[in-house]
Write a protein that binds this ligand. Structure first.
Ligand code: GRF
Length: 232
């Protein structure tokens, strides 16, 4: 008799947000595909009025709100409460999606290799707040976004996926942010799928840092260069 292999269970994902939740929205959408290797099992916000909470409720996903003011000057206490909610919901992977709060080194260690963040720049350029404005101020011609594993250092963990977009001569912060956001929406569901399907391997890079390799993919395929401004 032929043995049927049962499909691996979907990874249970918590998405942490502070605002409108457009990245949450594309993750929810991707997870509707029966073949997607992850389900969005919990949304946590650090703001009671985060718009993304409504998206979660509409999608029937449980939500939790953890307010900083309930843990005055107690980052460890906040992160312990966060951890308790994640454990209660049997969460396997965490996605930071516009979660505007620094996490303690201890918490990032608990989730090492299991927590992603999306940042609106081509890291390691323009870490921190207002990355798009930083890119405009620096006059770069190519900007983009990065999905990376989270480590104790802000916006510095191993990079899983990046997308580049041109910076146009008449861009302002809003127009550049919109172009980058469209790329973010393509990157995040893909990067989460790779992590959930155990495709993401972190290896030491030559320079003594870390680099992500994908287990079963040829990542060396030449896709051509992005020129900005375009050349003839
Ligand atoms: C995105 O630009 C993300 O890169 C950054 O915060 C923003 C969140 O946007 N970390 P949204 O709430 O997902 O729409």
């Amino acid at each position: 008799m032929q043995q049927q292999s049962s499909p691996s269970p979907k990874k249970r994902v918590a998405v942490l947000i502070s605002g409108r939740g457009s990245n949450l929205s594309v993750l929810l959408q991707a997870a509707r595909d029966p073949n997607y290797p992850a389900e969005i099992a919990l949304v946590i916000a650090n703001k009671a009025d985060a718009g993304g909470l409504d998206l979660a409720v509409q999608a029937g996903v449980p939500t939790a709100v953890l307010l900083a003011q309930d843990f005055p000057k107690d980052r460890a206490g906040y992160d312990a409460a966060l951890q308790a909610v994640l454990v209660e919901h049997r969460i396997d992977l965490v996605c930071l999606a516009g979660f505007m709060r620094l996490l303690t080194a201890e918490f990032t260690r608990l989730w090492a290799g299991r927590m992603l963040n999306i940042h609106p720049s081509l890291l390691p350029a323009f870490k921190g707040l207002a990355a798009q404005a930083q890119a405009l101020a620096a006059g770069v011609k190519i900007a983009g976004c990065t999905v990376h594993l989270v480590t104790a250092d802000m916006d510095a963990g191993p990079i899983v996926l990046q997308a580049a977009v041109p910076v146009l001569a008449d861009d302002d912060e809003a127009s550049l942010s919109a172009r980058i956001l469209a790329a973010e929406h393509q990157c995040y569901p893909k990067a989460l799928a790779w992590l959930a399907a155990d495709q993401v391997m972190v290896c030491e890079s030559d320079g003594g840092g870390y680099q992500v390799r994908l287990r079963q993919r040829d990542t060396t395929r030449e896709q051509g260069a992005l020129f900005s401004p375009t050349i003839a």
